[in-house]
Write a protein that binds this ligand. Structure first.
Ligand code: COA
Length: 272
């Protein structure tokens, strides 16, 4: 029997928290045990000073083969409605936590990504896939609708016709197609995946962290707002960000206008 701690692995190296689904024998499908452990790991890492970016990937050949059909669905259902609702709260809970995470997040999709896996995929701010990875809304293949937010994820991210086809046929697509559909930002050969993700993480590590958190939240929030509401929200959000860091932007202006040491159009200012 695997201990709770084993279902999620992580290391923190040079400002990057590498968090991994760690049930490779089960293609990293999400059991209630894994979901509970993931919330603990996210808790532990979120406000650590040595963590600037979180990367979510999977051990072995899978990113995540979605919900665990045995432990999450069958065994939970057998325990009754209370257990089902608890299992839903625990999985949806860590995905929601990740959607609004303090640090920027990158899904590094190294392999299989199915069904419930679309929840954490969407939660990550950016997603980079291996060309060899396979994505699918496999729910229809075993007889349910794409739940756990997965239907919402595809409708939010990809065009309606593609979303409908994807959900109704259950056909898997590779990483290249996922990038073409904008389910992920880009796809690179698996052998280059970690280097590419590290490169992007380093770009993020150079930015003002208060501004990054404000920006990622703003992108998600304004999607559902009218223009006028968004305009107002962005003013308030920046003013709120100023209460955490009132000097960063002034320093950014100073280094450009007075010191002429960098150009904002071409890169980030140097933080103290
Ligand atoms: N739930 C429960 N168990 C799962 C699982 C899932 N979602 N995905 C994989 N597993 C288990 C298998 O039952 C198998 O267990 P066993 O070794 O005890 O027999 C083990 O993981 C390895 O899976 P296997 O199917 O042999 O691996 P594969 O590499 O040949 O195929 C997949 C990988 C992902 C294509 C295949 O496992 C699969 O289709 N999984 C289900 C995907 C899915 O529909 N997820 C949506 C759930 S919402």
């Amino acid at each position: 029997m695997m201990s709770t701690a084993d279902t999620v692995a992580f290391d923190v190296i040079d400002g990057i928290a590498w968090v991994r689904f760690n049930r490779p024998d089960k293609r990293n499908c999400m059991s209630p045990t894994l979901n509970r452990r993931m919330m603990e790991v996210l808790d532990e890492l979120e406000f650590r000073d040595d963590v600037g970016v979180l990367v979510l990937s999977g051990e072995g050949t899978a990113w995540s083969a979605g919900m665990d059909l045995k432990e999450y669905f069958r065994e939970t259902e057998a325990k009754g409605l209370g257990a089902t609702r608890q299992a839903q709260r625990e999985s949806y809970g860590w995905w929601r936590r990740l959607r609004w995470y303090q640090k920027p997040t990158i899904a590094m999709v190294n392999g299989w990504c199915f069904g419930g896996g679309y929840g954490p995929l969407y939660s990550c701010d950016l997603a980079i896939a291996a060309e060899e990875a396979k994505f699918g809304l496999s729910e229809i293949n075993w007889g349910i609708l794409p739940g756990g937010g997965a239907t919402k994820v595809v409708v939010d991210l990809i065009p309606m016709r593609d979303a409908m086809y994807h959900a109704m046929t259950g056909e898997a697509i590779d990483g290249k197609k996922a990038a073409e559909w904008r389910l992920v930002n880009e796809a690179v050969p698996l052998a280059q995946l970690k280097d590419r993700v590290t490169e992007i993480a380093k770009v993020l590590l150079e930015k003002n962290p208060v501004a990054l958190k404000a920006t990622k939240d703003a992108v998600r929030r304004v999607k559902e707002m009218t223009y006028d509401n968004a305009e107002d929200f962005l003013v308030r959000a920046q003013e709120a960000a100023n209460s955490y860091d009132n000097d960063g932007r002034k320093e950014g202006i100073r280094q450009f206008i007075d010191e002429k040491s960098y150009k904002p159009g071409l890169g980030a200012y140097k933080r103290g």
